[in-house]
Design a protein around this ligand. Structure first.
Ligand code: AMP
Length: 197
């Protein structure tokens, strides 16, 4: 696995949330720009998604948003229409998720709701099934993902997930910790795909 140059970030479309989550989105966007890492995300201009993309773009970063047509239409009139970076409009959510995964070489999960959890579990499942072997990080800002981590450990304890699947995701408490972990990733030539399901 080579060091990620494009990271896909999943995060909440809600903005009326604890300021620590908002700040984490801004810090992540800015840090990605500073490190020359392309941001691939769901294309929305609302909530943490908008803060993240704006921060990355404002700091000179490369932003690629991928949005399904119906969500793009829903956002028109709701938020200012200026496009942040490059916006790709696709037909369905399945296409959105596939393209976000294809264009990235790692995944970061900021605080979010149902959509963010759906994206996390899908990309985790794809890795379990050997469809990719790209790193997945929960950005556990202010302990937001502690209950999810407890649930994941429960699945392992109860043997609905195999012990080997524990390596499929990792956790970082801060944006700095996330990049320290990414920097520490071993350089491996070519894909290392194993079915763990
Ligand atoms: P949620 O956590 O339910 O707010 O959903 C956020 C996730 O779902 C994001 O990572 C997006 O990829 C996707 N998503 C949800 N709402 C939108 C939106 N308005 N525009 C684009 N993507 C969205």
């Amino acid at each position: 696995m080579t060091k990620p140059t494009a990271l896909c970030v999943y995060c909440g479309s809600s903005g009326d949330v604890d300021n620590r989550y908002r700040q984490a989105a801004i810090d992540l966007g800015r840090t990605m720009a500073e490190r020359g890492v392309t941001l691939v995300y769901g294309g929305g201009r609302v909530g943490l998604m908008g803060l993240l993309a704006e921060a990355c773009h404002a700091a000179g970063g490369n932003v690629v948003g991928i949005i399904p047509e119906f969500l793009e239409r829903a956002e028109i009139g709701e938020v200012e229409q200026s496009v942040i970076g490059e916006l790709m409009v696709v037909a369905t959510m399945h296409e959105q998720k596939q393209l976000m995964a294809d264009l990235s070489d790692g995944f970061v999960v900021l605080p979010g709701g149902f959509g963010t959890l759906d994206e996390f579990f899908e990309i985790l499942t794809w890795r379990q099934l050997g469809l990719h072997d790209k790193p997945i990080y929960l950005l556990d800002c202010a302990g937001y993902w502690q209950k999810l981590t407890d649930l994941l450990n429960h699945l392992l304890d109860q043997k609905f997930a195999r012990p080997a699947t524990r390596r499929l995701w990792d956790k970082a408490d801060t944006v700095t910790g996330l990049f320290d972990a990414l920097d520490a990733l071993p350089e491996v030539e070519g894909p290392n795909l194993t079915v763990l399901g």
